[in-house]
Unconditional design. Sequence first.
Length: 460
Amino acid sequence: MTKYKKESTDIKKRILHNFIMAAIMASGAGIRILLYKSLGKAIEVSDTPTYLDCAMSLYYHLGLSEYRPPVYPLGIMLMGTKYGWANLSRVMPYLQSLIGLANVVIIFKLVHEAFKNRTMSYIVSFMCAIGFSIYNWDLVLLSENFSILFATSIIYNLVLFFNRKVNKYLYFSFFWTFTAIYTKPFFLLFPLVIPVLVAVRYLLLKDIQIKNLLKPLILCISIIYGSIFLYSGLHYAQTGYFGFSSVGNVNLLGKVMQYDMAKYIPELEADVEKAMNNENQWLIVDGKFPEPWNFVGKYGYRENHYEKAGKYAKKIILGHPFEFMIKSTGLTFQLIQENPFKDYIAVNALANSENKSKLLTEIKKITDYFENLYPLILLSVLECIYLIFFAGKSTKEKMFPFILIVAAVLYHYAIAAFFSYGDYPRLLAPSYCLIYIIMAIYPARFISFLMIRTINLYAA
């Protein structure tokens, strides 16, 4: 009888779980439909044509793009060949919405695996399903939608690996990192973060065998960076450019101008000063330095895949590494204290829409309130410092998934600060779901504390 009761209870739990998840997914699908109806089609921005060009180049002659890696363009190509290239702005939201909803499921699994709290898992996945800052990327023709899924998949598999000590999850985490890199170069350094996290786990808990992990770590890192070398070689064969993406050359030039380091090369300093004195104000970033993409085009730095721009920037950074490090580290901590949910691509498109849904607008206000909890990101960094250096072993083990999540968010902040001169909210977008987890865990703890105190009070 006990066995049958247990089976009956398990069935009821599964039914309840399926019902709740169905409601969450329906909410997520419904809010995306409202946004699609409000806008009428996907949002295209200045970067969109580079993805479309890459997709067409891949389709017609297997050509690579020096600007964009191939994963997101392959998604565009799939939809373009099936439904017509002219219909991309209307059909890509369907594919991207499916990816966005798949990400909601992974978020549920990640939170449940990390914290063993089903209620919090439902709440976080629901917030990710209806959070405007997250689902709006399903309606934008940019790679952020894909990147959000890959970022959460990486961390989910790392949590599984450290919780269960099964190597296949380590391989999966590298697979999703590989896919993320070929979606957005932003992830190029993440393969090196994984062995650092493995080392941290070993130093904190001594519950993994480093010797047994050396082979998979070296193998995966070698495959990833070996593939990048081959990809760069294929680039060179096709275009004469050896590298993963020439965008990095312009971004690095933007960094040295942002940090007022162009003064170390007289020719560059003269061009920057000329631009500052002669350009329209909307081409001056924050009133401090010229907009790099306009600058390289107007002052002769575009030739040979922006080689001169990259050469100048690298020479300055390598010649003054401490100045660059100090300024970038300071910018990282500055960004951590600022609101990361400030990308206005979809916000502006919705504001200008004549058919915007009032219900969608009201729901957006709710998630806007939730996003005001972003100062908890800084608190999470401080807590991780405490966990690593001062907490007991059992607490370290219990909270290690939290350390992984915060580490991934910090990676996004650091890469944005060190390698980009602006547009930071968009660069942080792949980590938005992870940030949502951080913002949810503290209210959940507080509510749990109040419930325990209340129960103890009545028990007394």
